[in-house]
Design a protein around this ligand. Sequence first.
Ligand SMILES: Cc1cc2nc3c(=O)[nH]c(=O)nc-3n(C[C@H](O)[C@H](O)[C@H](O)COP(=O)(O)O)c2cc1C
Length: 174
Amino acid sequence: MDDRALRHVFGLFTTGVTVVTAVGPGPEPVGVTANSVTSVSLEPPLILWCLANKSTSLGAFGLGAPFAIHILAAHQADIALHFARSGRSKFEVADWWRSHPTPPEVEGALARIDCRVDALHDGGDHTIIVGAVTGLQARAAAPLVFHASRFGRFERDCGAGEADAVSQARDVWE
Ligand SMILES: Cc1cc2nc3c(=O)[nH]c(=O)nc-3n(C[C@H](O)[C@H](O)[C@H](O)COP(=O)(O)O)c2cc1C
């Protein structure tokens, strides 16, 4: 299998962008940009994401560990890039973690989903992390979108014909 072709085709699946934060095994918290987040189950409420086994943050996601998924808003591409850089402190600007034993908050995100690690599964060069949802926060804002290695915005109206499909999708899901 051609590695470049695989990356390219996987990258054609358009996603939102999240930053996942956790308390961390060391003195500092961890934060990772992730677009592999997928909802799994409503009853019980479960969500999953995939973390590379080479990530320096993996140790923060043991069974039962709390973590928080932040769905980024359209203006937060710089935050996505900040938390995508490995091998250095990502929280050097504040010493908030001394007073906050919970996973750090990414301010301005359009939603925060608090979880505890419910299961870990082998996923090749990634670990599939299943989270049991323990809390939800959301606000109205435009989402950040990722497609073919580029950030973009969600275009709500996709033409007259498709407008019906949009409202139908809403009827099915809500
Ligand atoms: C838009 C975007 C999405 C990403 N999604 C994932 C992902 O789902 N899983 C993953 O392991 N890495 C993903 N990455 C790469 C990680 O963010 C990056 O490797 C990670 O922050 C490494 O930091 P660490 O070694 O400190 O954990 C993504 C990067 C970007 C820019």
